[in-house]
Design a protein around this ligand. Sequence first.
Ligand SMILES: *Cc1c(COP(=O)(O)O)cnc(C)c1O
Length: 245
Amino acid sequence: MAAPAVESKVATALRVVFRRVEEAAKRSGRRVEDVRVVAVGKTKPVTLIRDLYDSGHRCFGENYVQELIQKAPQLPDDIKWHFIGHLQSNKVKPLLAAVPNLDMVESVDNEKIANLLDQTVTNLGRRSLRVLVQVNTSGEESKSGVEPSDCVALAKHVKQNCPNLVFSGLMTIGRPDYTSSPENFQVLSSCKDEVCKELGMPECQCELSMGMSGDFEKAIEMGSTNVRIGSTIFGPREYPNKKCQ
Ligand SMILES: *Cc1c(COP(=O)(O)O)cnc(C)c1O
């Protein structure tokens, strides 16, 4: 479709983000094409996501299953959805069934969920699903993710025992106040080195999903290939009473 005469607010915000991505990539001798921007629309209305879609963006992320299941059918099916939240066993089937254009699950953190995703892909006859192993790099009890020392084992499990999943790399969430992100990113980067070595995987095939609104430039400088950006694009989220729209 033709570009709208007046650019939407979210499209402008994304353009600014891309400029910052480009600068950060340049500083670290990387190419802007090697960094994917996942626009995280959680708690935001479908209309805003649509505005961003209309500006040409195709990669979006959500972290509540219920919200993604509601939104995906209302939006074009060439969107590449990333699921970035905690995934419970009983939500695997509803998620995959409702979102055929789910491109990646970034938050696999145990064998059981990996097996279930693998089985469900077969049962639904959908194409293979890309997954990342989520690593808890901040040591916070409340965070999902495997311990850094367990990431090789889980990555290996996915690669060897889940033929319908494509192990594509590692993901982490730093502390909410961003205080420890460089350390967290360093940990994830070391995990990647180990995984690539143990699995005989080329570095360029192992993604690093790290960096959000407050720390994505730092993350890119430290090797991130996938930044997940919400509030900088869509504006601050309004909790707590609006969770699922
Ligand atoms: C919400 C969320 C983001 C985006 O956070 P912002 O700080 O708003 O950019 C990124 N990753 C995950 C896992 C999230 O839940």
